[in-house]
Ligand binder design. Structure first.
Ligand SMILES: Cc1ncc(COP(=O)(O)O)c(C=O)c1O
Length: 397
C-alpha cells in the first residue's frame, strides 16, 4: 500500500489555531481546537448579525433564520443528508437520548450495542428501558461483526454502533452493520462523533437509519450537535420536548405539532452555535476530509511505530486506527503518564474515556490516549515520545 499523502501545508493549518501556540495538543478526540475561521464566524454572529430565529418579522431576524437553516443544510450535506433530515441537538449525547426516548419499541425491546461503545451510546438505551446486548470485539479491537450477525434478532429494535471508537480508533464496516441490522428488521444508529471530523461520511451509501455527531469535535462550538435520521423515520417519531418553535397550534385541550425537524427543536435554538458549526463544516470541506483522513492515518502509523520502539509501552487497537492511539506505560497509571506529559507540554487524555466496558475488555482501569487533528504534525509525536521516555525515567528511579 502506498503511504498516504499528508496535508501539504500542515504548518499553515496549525497557524490557523490560535489556542495551540507552543502546545502539543493531542486530545482532539475529547474536543477539537477551533480554527480562526470558526472563531471569527461566532464573533461576527454575536457582534454584527445577532437576532433570534423563526419568530422576528424584522429583516435581521429573517437573515439570521436563513443563516440558521443554511447551517442545517450544510451540517446534513456534510454526511450526505437532506436539510429536513437533520435535527439540531445539544450534542451527540442528546441526539442518542432523543432516539432512545422517542423511537416506538413496536414489540422489540432490545438494542444491540458493542463492547467498545462510549457511555453516551449505552446509558440512554438503559434509561429508555431497552434491554442491552453487547457484541464482543475481535483481538484487534474491532466490533466483531460475525458475532453481531449471530446475535441480532427480531427482538432488536436498534443496532447502535460507534462508527469510530473513541479509545481504539477502530473503524466499523458500516455497510455490513446496516445489512445485518436490516436483515432482522432492526434500525442502524451510528455514533459518528469520532468519524465525522476524520473521514468522508455518506449516510446513504452506508445504509444508516440514524447518525449522530457533535460540532465541538468537528472544530466547531460546544453546545450543538446533530441527529440525522431518515425522513420517514423522523416523521413517525413523536415530539420529546415541548415548548415554543415546535408547535402548530396550542389550546388547553389539544396541541398540534410542526413537521420534523422543527418538531424536535423546542425553545430558542443555539443560533450562533449553528453558525459556528457551518463555519467548521466549510473549514473541513475546504481542506477536504479525504486529505484530513490521509494526514491522520500517516500520523497514527508514525506514532505507533515510535511508541512501539520504546520498551514497556503497550499499544491498544488496530494498526490502521482512525486518528487515535491508546497506550499504557507498563507499571504506570495512565493518569501519572498524562501528568508527566503535561509537564512536557503535551496534552493527552487519560482515564476510562467514558468507555468502562471497553476498559473491562482491555483488562486495565485506564489508558493514555493521543488523538490527532488536521493541525497535528510530527513535532507532536516527537514531543510525545520524549515525554513517554521521561515517564519511564521517573518511574525507574
Ligand atoms: C464515540 C463518542 N460518542 C459520543 C460522545 C459524546 O459526545 P458529546 O459529549 O459531545 O455529546 C463522544 C465524546 O467523547 C464520543 O467520543
Amino acid at each position: 500500500m502506498n503511504a498516504p499523502a499528508r496535508i501539504n501545508s500542515a504548518l499553515s493549518v496549525r497557524d490557523q489555531f490560535p489556542a495551540i501556540v507552543n502546545w502539543h495538543y493531542l486530545d482532539s478526540a475529547a474536543t477539537a481546537q477551533k480554527p480562526q475561521a470558526v472563531i471569527d464566524a461566532i464573533t461576527e454572529a454575536y457582534s454584527r448579525d445577532y437576532a433570534t430565529v423563526h419568530r422576528g418579522v424584522y429583516e435581521r431576524s429573517a437573515t439570521m433564520t436563513a443563516s440558521y437553516e443554511a447551517a442545517r443544510a450544510a451540517a446534513s450535506a456534510l454526511i450526505g443528508g437532506k436539510p429536513e433530515e437533520l435535527v439540531f441537538t445539544r450534542g451527540a449525547t442528546e441526539a442518542i437520548n432523543f432516539v432512545a426516548r422517542t423511537l416506538p419499541k413496536e414489540g422489540r425491546g432490545r438494542v444491540l450495542l458493542s463492547q467498545l461503545e462510549h457511555h453516551s451510546n449505552i446509558v440512554p438505551w438503559q434509561l429508555a428501558g431497552f434491554e442491552v446486548d453487547a457484541v464482543p470485539l475481535t483481538i484487534e479491537g474491532q466490533i466483531d461483526l460475525d458475532a453481531a450477525e449471530q446475535m441480532v434478532s427480531e427482538r432488536h429494535r436498534v443496532v447502535a454502533f460507534a462508527h469510530v471508537s473513541n479509545v481504539l480508533g477502530s473503524i466499523i464496516d458500516t455497510k455490513r452493520a446496516a445489512e445485518l441490522a436490516h436483515s432482522k428488521g432492526a434500525l442502524l444508529l451510528l455514533d459518528g462523533c469520532q468519524a465525522v471530523p476524520r473521514m468522508p461520511v455518506d449516510v446513504g451509501t452506508m445504509g444508516a437509519d440514524f447518525y449522530a455527531y457533535s460540532a465541538h469535535k468537528l472544530y466547531g462550538p460546544t453546545g450543538i450537535g446533530c441527529l440525522w435520521g431518515r425522513g420517514e423515520l423522523l416523521a413517525s417519531m413523536p415530539p420529546w420536548q415541548g415548548g415554543g418553535s415546535m408547535i402548530d397550534r396550542v389550546t388547553f385541550e389539544k396541541t398540534t405539532f410542526l413537521d420534523p425537524p422543527a418538531r424536535f427543536e423546542a425553545g430558542t435554538p443555539h443560533v450562533v452555535g449553528a453558525i459556528g458549526l457551518h463555519a467548521a463544516v466549510n473549514w473541513v470541506e475546504k481542506l477536504s476530509l479525504d486529505a484530513i483522513q490521509a494526514h491522520e492515518c500517516a500520523l497514527v502509523a508514525e506514532c505507533r511505530e515510535a511508541l512501539r520502539s520504546i520498551d514497556g509501552v503497550t499499544l491498544y487497537g488496530p494498526e490502521d486506527s482512525a486518528g487515535i492511539v491508546s497506550f499504557n506505560v507498563d507499571g504506570v497509571h495512565a493518569h501519572d503518564t498524562a501528568t508527566i506529559l503535561d509537564d512536557a507540554g503535551v496534552a493527552v487524555r487519560a482515564g476510562h474515556h467514558c468507555a468502562q466496558p471497553l476498559m473491562d475488555w482491555l483488562g486495565v482501569p485506564a489508558t493514555a490516549r493521543a488523538s490527532f487533528a488536521a493541525h497535528s504534525d510530527s513535532s507532536d509525536i516527537q514531543a510525545l515520545v520524549r515525554g513517554v521516555e521521561q515517564v519511564k525515567r521517573i518511574f525507574s528511579e
